[in-house]
Design a binder for this molecule. Structure first.
Ligand SMILES: O=c1[nH]cnc2c1ncn2[C@@H]1O[C@H](CO)[C@@H](O)[C@H]1O
Ligand SMILES: [Zn+2]
Length: 370
């Protein structure tokens, strides 16, 4: 007679267990992830008196509501308050340290965190000072996590604002700090009217130095932005890239037809840094269940799950993963695949990506799969 199997079944897929699963985030803004209490304390220290609320819960609620207007431009206005309190060495270092602690507490094992140094000069710091103090904060955070017996690896991406004209300088800054914790470059800000090709000299500098970059493209604007980012600028990854679906036709019977650009993105395995909650807030997609994440995942694009702005979206990596799992019926193998996609796309040397995949991600999901 057969004995009942002793193999344990899969762990339940809920917020508590997803928080224990190893996760990787490639698209997370430092100035979009402050703790509400920290915003209040730093504002008090530096005499910033324009915050829209005076207690942490009310402030958290204000950010989520103000960012959820359905417009990227309105969403971006909320950053005035976080950027305002990140103008001192102490402020930058604290925000960076807490960012690492919060990601690690959520089970993130690899993160690329981005911010725009040019927005942090109001207190008299130089671009180099800004990056230096932020990197110190990341290092403090990683050391604290190690002391707790856990591991998180955090790299920094330097962002240039696409409406401004400092991208070349920021790319130079990224190259200067490349061996000290900066792993790449990006452009962000309002997309419509600010095409990536305005910043060709910055991307050229990165390519000339064999350095990595991603570009916010295909969020508030469609295919032309994605096309420029890839064909003219040479982006390694697409920040969002969700509008690639404008180049995909789904027929009534469910068959899909991809245009040349969508095929190219898929064929070249160009990673999509998808940020589901953020896309709903900025109106890039009408609701989570209408998000093309699942279509793109089923078509085997290299999809990754990201937070974008944890404060503005009141979210975490675990929240994003659980929301996707609930909406689209994903199991542990799916979440593992999205995490491995992110690790494969990391701006990290190949052997280090492999090590995290083989020694951290796969064993972590093996336990959960049972
Ligand atoms: O989803 C986004 N799309 C475009 N720009 C963004 C997004 N999230 C944040 N930022 C912009 O990037 C700056 C540096 O971190 C932020 O200050 C914000 O203006
Ligand atoms: Zn972003």
């Amino acid at each position: 007679m057969a004995t009942p199997s002793q193999t344990p079944g899969p762990a339940p897929l809920d917020l508590t267990t997803v928080r224990t699963a190893p996760k990787a985030v490639l698209h997370d803004h430092l100035d979009g992830g402050l703790r509400p209490a920290t915003v209040l304390e730093l504002a008090q220290h530096c005499g910033y008196d324009a915050l829209p609320a005076t207690d942490a819960d009310a402030l958290a609620a204000w950010f989520a509501a103000a960012a959820g207007s359905g417009s990227l431009e309105r969403y971006l206005e909320t950053f005035a308050h976080t950027v305002a309190v990140m103008q001192t060495p102490e402020g930058l270092q604290r925000v960076a340290r807490e960012c690492v602690a919060d990601l690690a507490a959520d089970g993130v094992v690899y993160a690329e965190v981005r911010f725009a140094p040019e927005q942090h000069l109001d207190g008299g710091l130089s671009l180099d000072d800004v990056v230096h103090h932020t990197l110190l904060g990341f290092e403090d955070g990683m050391a604290q996590v190690r002391d707790l017996g856990r591991e998180i690896r955090v790299g920094c991406l330097l962002t240039a604002m696409r409406h401004a004209a400092r991208s070349r300088e920021i790319a130079e800054l990224a190259i200067r700090f490349r061996d000290r914790g900066v792993v790449g470059f990006d452009i962000a800000g309002a997309e419509a009217g600010h095409p990536p090709s305005r910043h060709l000299d910055a991307f050229e500098l990165m390519r000339t130095n064999n350095a990595h970059f991603t570009i916010h493209a295909g969020e508030a604007f469609g295919l032309p932005s994605i096309h420029e980012a890839i064909a003219f600028c040479g982006a390694d990854r697409l920040g969002h890239g969700v509008r690639i679906t404008d180049d995909i036709v789904v027929d009534d019977d469910g068959t899909t037809r991809l245009g040349r650009l969508a095929n190219y993105v898929r064929d070249k395995r160009i990673p999509l840094e998808l940020c589901p909650s953020s896309n709903v807030q900025t109106g890039a997609v009408p609701s989570l269940d209408k998000h093309p994440f699942d279509l793109l995942a089923r078509l085997r694009f290299r999809v990754t799950v990201n937070t974008d702005n944890r404060l503005m979206s009141a979210t975490t990596m675990s929240d994003e993963m659980v929301a996707l799992a609930v909406t689209f019926g994903y199991g542990w193998s799916d979440l593992e695949r999205f995490t491995i996609n992110a690790m494969k796309s990391a701006f990290l040397p190949f052997p280090e990506r492999l090590r995290l995949i083989d020694e951290v991600v796969k064993p972590g999901y093996a336990l959960l799969k049972g």
